[in-house]
Design a protein around this ligand. Sequence first.
Ligand code: H2B
Length: 119
Amino acid sequence: MASRLTPEERRALLPALGESGWGAAPERDAICKTWRFGDFSEAFGFMARVALCAEKMDHHPDWRNVWNRVEITLSTHSCDGLSVLDIELAGCIDAMEAGQTGKPVTGARPISALMPEAG
Ligand SMILES: C[C@H](O)[C@H](O)[C@H]1CNC2=NC(N)=NC(=O)C2=N1
């Protein structure tokens, strides 16, 4: 079973995701990111690609789609928080995004909320 990221792992892994638009989900140990696409077809195409990747990993997003907008939240049910599987799935999603018209929506809550201070 995947275990929850340690403070050291968080400090090592989360800043890069923050750079690409991931933020801290409200009131959960989870990361989230929102994209806006040209239209519903593009948004749904992106979701289909994410679904295939998630199924291959046996690790699945929480998500919401409203027409051209896709909001994804990642956390691991089995440890009730962030694990390395969420980091891997986020990386896979970001790699797919590159070829799309979809753009991340700015304004996510800072990912540093999920990182305890060192010391
Ligand atoms: C039985 C199955 O392997 C588990 O339920 C998997 C499926 N997808 C999952 N997805 C997520 N996000 N967290 C999990 O713990 C998880 N567990």
